[in-house]
Design a protein around this ligand. Structure first.
Ligand SMILES: N[C@@H](CCC(=O)N[C@@H](CS)C(=O)NCC(=O)O)C(=O)O
Length: 223
């Protein structure tokens, strides 16, 4: 068997779960290097040689003919990269092509999670002692940010309408997380059906099943 195209440095129950789902959607061969975040295996050279922060997800792309060793860090950058590579390889359509008008909305929603939703969530979950001037923050408050996502989903079922894209992995993954953190009601009129539509995707189900197996194997090994 030839070497898989991608190697994902992965942590169980972490942000890299979205990238495992993305890779299942992309249809290009990949392998995992699973880290134990509790034991700190992600702070060893196997990962820090590629990502000085020692953070997951980190992706190595060996390229279409195996001659690259391109490193991509940051979940949104990984989504953009893999979606474009899958488009070029013809294995999946997870991004609108460069010339498509949907590209603007796609890029906006792709970056919205790390640039707005995650910082807004952090502000809401861990309030600051002194509030900085709102105009100095690069993101809207969480309720305002969520209202924008809600309005984008009016047409649905996905952020770009009928087309599922890698941006849904970033935004949808974050909404699931906010629901788990009880920052969103589980029966929200717009987000609950959106999350249900995302949860119904076979690639996401495969990714979650694989994560659950890896976790069970780790727990069995620890006993
Ligand atoms: N901005 C990064 C964040 C990555 C990140 O913080 N990952 C966490 C897991 S959810 C991690 O690796 N934590 C381990 C550590 O920092 O020691 C992304 O979106 O990919």
């Amino acid at each position: 068997m030839s070497t898989p195209r991608f190697l994902l440095h992965h942590g169980l129950r972490s942000r890299s779960a979205r990238i495992l789902w993305l890779l299942e959607e992309a249809g290009l061969p990949f392998e995992l290097h699973v880290h134990d975040l509790q034991k700190g295996t992600h702070k060893a050279p196997a990962l820090t040689d590629h990502n000085p922060h020692g953070k997951v997800p980190t992706l190595i792309d060996r390229g279409p003919d195996g001659t690259w060793s391109t490193v991509v860090t940051e979940s949104a950058a990984i989504c953009l990269h893999v979606a474009d590579q899958a488009l070029a390889a013809g294995t999946a359509r997870l991004a609108p092509p460069l010339h498509a008008k949907e590209r603007g909305a796609y890029l906006t929603w792709m970056l919205y999670t790390p640039a707005v939703l995650e910082p807004a969530f952090t502000d809401a979950a861990f309030p600051r002692v002194a509030a900085p001037p709102a105009s100095s923050l690069g993101w809207a408050p969480l309720d305002e940010a969520l209202a924008r996502v809600e309005s984008a989903l009016k047409t649905g079922p996905f952020l770009l309408g009928e087309m599922f894209s890698a941006a849904d992995i970033m935004v949808g993954g974050m909404l699931s997380w906010l629901t788990a953190w009880q920052k969103l009601p589980a029966d929200h009129a717009v987000f609950a059906p959106y999350i249900a539509a995302l949860n119904a995707r076979p690639a996401g189900q495969r990714a979650r099943a694989r994560d659950a197996e890896l976790l069970a194997a780790r727990e069995a090994a620890a006993t």
